[in-house]
Design a protein around this ligand. Structure first.
Ligand SMILES: Nc1ncnc2c1ncn2[C@@H]1O[C@H](COP(=O)(O)OP(=O)(O)OP(=O)(O)O)[C@@H](O)[C@H]1O
Length: 287
């Protein structure tokens, strides 16, 4: 997956497309995982408005199953707005409206028959700033499953362990599950929030700048995690950090002033972008 520097666009900084260290490569695709290359989410001709102000312009893209898709671009270009459209988080914003379609497994998520709680269970979200509840580590992770009806202690125990393992946090917290989550480090808190998202068994995980408040070591751990999460989930991530997008994503979309300028294979975007504006951004000429 490494990119030969000689093949990069002429003035590109050394943005190397490389998976994070640690558990590098995902395991071989599971047998029968024919859907690994299929569309999980399709966005079609999406216009989005906050009141009278339009923030997305005819955005169209496909997020593949079991892949990591990154949205990059300068501040205010609409990355988070698009991410929040994918699980209807923007429904909570007064005056927000859209035209166009967002499909999950081919179904229009804005159809009136869609149960938004179920949708957000299937399409979970991790925010920029970790936001653990002022509860124990165990109760943070068990919160979602309990809300969705899992009461049995043994099932909850298993789910909590499985989710913390999935988030790469189990070994660090298994002896203090009943202690407050607020006593964890920033990076641990963010992984706890990922565990909390995993606990309701989502299919898609949306991450909005998940590492922006973290130091490089904690960031590295989350990047390794993102790289392994795609074995089980479909991941979409907003990041300001181009190196991070290059390291963790399979597909990448570059946004500018609400327009999706270019979308495609991450390696291609970072080596031979089609659009001059993408090239200017990834080579640091603006943004
Ligand atoms: N809740 C809101 N109400 C009104 N306008 C909003 C709201 N959220 C975002 N906007 C506007 O929509 C546009 C896109 O914002 P958005 O947060 O999606 O961009 P972004 O690319 O994620 O930016 P950043 O990288 O700074 O987070 C901006 O002009 C922003 O001011």
């Amino acid at each position: 997956m490494d990119v030969q520097p000689g093949k990069m666009v002429a003035t590109a900084p050394m943005v190397t497309v490389r998976p994070p260290t640690g558990q590098l490569r995902p395991a071989r695709p599971q047998a029968g995982l024919a859907s690994s290359v299929s569309a999980k989410i399709s966005v079609r001709e999406l216009d989005f408005y906050y009141g009278h102000r339009q923030s997305l312009f005819r955005v169209g893209l496909t997020i593949r199953s079991h892949s990591v898709t990154a949205f990059i671009g300068p501040s205010g270009c609409g990355k988070s707005t698009l991410l929040r459209c994918l699980n209807r988080m923007n429904d909570l914003v007064e005056g927000a409206r859209h035209t166009g379609r967002v499909e999950l497994d081919g179904l229009d998520i804005y159809d009136p028959s869609i149960n938004v709680t179920d949708l957000r269970k299937r399409v979970g979200m991790v925010f920029q700033k970790s936001n653990p509840f002022p509860k124990s580590i165990y109760d943070n992770v068990a919160y979602g499953p309990r809300l969705h009806g899992t009461k049995d202690k043994r099932s909850l125990d298993e789910l909590v362990q499985h989710s913390l393992q999935g988030a790469g946090l189990w070994d660090e917290v298994k002896d203090r599950l009943q202690q407050s989550a607020l006593g964890l480090s920033g990076g641990q808190q963010q992984r706890l929030c990922i565990a909390r998202a995993l606990a309701v068994r989502p299919e898609v995980i949306l991450m909005d700048e998940p590492c922006s408040a973290l130091d490089p070591i904690a960031t590295g751990k989350i990047e390794e995690l993102i790289y392994t999460l795609k074995n089980t989930y479909t991941v979409a991530i907003v990041t300001h950090n181009m190196q991070q997008a290059a390291r963790v994503s399979d597909q990448c979309g570059f946004f500018l002033m609400g327009e999706l300028v270019e979308f495609g294979d991450t390696k291609t975007i970072f080596t031979t972008p089609r659009d001059k504006r993408t090239e200017d951004y990834i080579t640091g000429r603006f943004g």
